[in-house]
Design a protein. Structure first.
Length: 234
């Protein structure tokens, strides 16, 4: 396991703008943040505070304009497309919109999460997808189409798709917003277990106060700046 002195995520003096000319507006101001391996870090704050912008910059989904982001030992500022593609293969993403393919079963949707990792034999991919769907409580829904799943079940399929490749880091944007209390707790419990057992690091944007008890750390943003950063007792 890498030492804590070499965190999987480290941002330093990170600034970001949207728009051009007179419409240009700064969204992040001098954000500095290090995330410990295996931890669940929650980003909180009102709408427009910069949470999702920060998440997408850390997850190499948006170009770093100013400052530094180190992800899994690689600098993202100025990184070329090949490096970004390689890094994304080591990540898992969960968003509020589940983005499932309606013509594919739950298992087939999860298998798609393995395709970025190369040509895994079909039987191995099916076995891996079935295993992670069992982990999220959908072992009896493997061959269901999204139209025959509830909103919470669809989101759990999306979580399974993000987890199936055993990512080093999970980036999650409001992953429990569409889930009932039990389903949301199950998803966060699974993420926590991955942190303990595999060293998976998770950064999660949420307005869901039910998640806070599970977080290892809560970082609060306001108007593009970090205004609070506290470790919890979990």
């Amino acid at each position: 396991m890498p030492p804590d002195s070499d965190p999987p995520i480290a941002a330093h003096d990170l600034n970001h703008w949207f728009g051009t000319g007179e419409a240009r507006k700064q969204a992040l101001f001098d954000v500095t943040l290090k995330v410990k391996r295996g931890s669940l870090t929650v980003l909180m704050g009102p709408s427009g505070s910069g949470k999702t912008t920060l998440l997408t910059l850390l997850g190499c989904l948006r170009e770093v304009q100013d400052g530094s982001v180190q992800l899994l030992g690689h600098e993202l500022h100025g990184a070329n497309g090949a490096l970004l593609t390689t890094l994304r293969r080591r990540l898992g993403f969960v968003f509020q919109a589940h983005n499932l393919h309606n013509s594919l079963t739950a298992r087939q949707n999860v298998v798609m999460g393995l395709q970025v990792h190369g040509n895994l034999p079909a039987d191995q991919a099916d076995t891996a997808a079935s295993h992670v769907l069992h982990l999220v409580g959908l072992g009896d829904r493997l061959d269901y189409l999204p139209a025959n799943l509830s909103g919470g079940q669809k989101q759990r399929v999306a979580v399974a798709r993000a987890l199936v490749g055993n990512p080093d880091v999970i980036f999650a944007d409001e992953p429990t917003a569409a889930l009932d209390r039990e389903s949301g707790a199950n998803v966060v419990d699974l993420i926590k277990r991955l942190g303990r057992e595999r060293g998976t690091t998770t950064v999660m944007v949420t307005h869901d106060n039910r998640v806070l008890d599970q977080a290892d750390r809560i970082v609060t943003l306001e108007d593009g700046r970090i205004v609070g950063d506290r470790q919890t007792n979990t």
